[in-house]
Write a protein that binds this ligand. Structure first.
Ligand SMILES: CCCCCCCCCCCCCCCC(=O)SCCNC(=O)CCNC(=O)[C@H](O)C(C)(C)COP(=O)(O)OP(=O)(O)OC[C@H]1O[C@@H](n2cnc3c(N)ncnc32)[C@H](O)[C@@H]1OP(=O)(O)O
Length: 151
């Protein structure tokens, strides 16, 4: 079964119109598809530590957008995350994704979250299923709000 995917600017991670979203920007750096996220206090779990669910969310996004940026709109079917080090607040974290294997509409991707000192804080593997058609863009109904996080 496939679904039709629409970008209405409200994605929690990249949507420019989501008032509570992260509003992250993405770009290619060589073979890596990359975003930088600087966690703030509102993104923590224990004091001073970025919530692992949010780290997972950005890993998911950078993998998914790797494909949509190449014209392959896909959904996450499965994802595994290994948390190696805590992610502190206040410093930019580099999230990078690259394709591992493509088999028809099934694409395996891996991603890393790297701290400013070069340590890989978290690594993910994901399986994505490419959906039929192209990503549709739709005018949002929600008002635009100011960013709460930046590259
Ligand atoms: C310029 C760029 C602008 C971009 C601008 C974008 C803005 C927009 C934001 C984008 C953001 C993206 C990054 C966030 C990505 C999400 O958050 S996507 C949302 C979360 N994910 C979902 O909602 C998916 C929900 N699940 C489903 O829809 C369906 O279960 C799936 C995954 C499509 C699978 O459907 P299905 O019909 O069961 O698939 P089927 O064809 O039977 O299986 C195909 C193969 O996949 C395997 N498979 C199926 N399901 C699974 C599974 N769950 N686990 C493992 N393997 C599976 C099958 O075993 C089969 O493998 P083989 O047997 O062929 O070896």
């Amino acid at each position: 079964m496939t679904v039709s995917l629409t970008d209405d600017g409200m994605c929690f991670v990249c949507g420019k119109n989501n008032p509570i979203g992260l509003k992250l920007s993405f770009a290619w750096e060589g073979d890596d598809y990359v975003t930088y996220f600087t966690p703030q206090p509102e993104h923590q779990s224990y004091a001073g530590i970025t919530h692992g669910g949010l780290v997972s969310t950005v890993l998911d996004e950078v993998m998914g957008r790797n494909m949509s940026s190449r014209g392959l709109p896909a959904v996450t079917a499965r994802m595994e995350v290994r948390f190696r080090h805590s992610v502190p607040l206040g410093d930019p974290v580099r999230f990078a994704a690259r394709i591992v294997r493509e088999r028809g509409k099934v694409i395996d991707v891996e991603a890393t979250a790297t701290l400013t000192d070069g340590r890989v804080a978290a690594e993910a593997t994901g399986r994505f299923l490419v959906q039929e058609g192209s990503l549709r863009e739709e005018t949002p109904t929600q008002p635009t709000a100011s960013a709460n996080s930046s590259k």
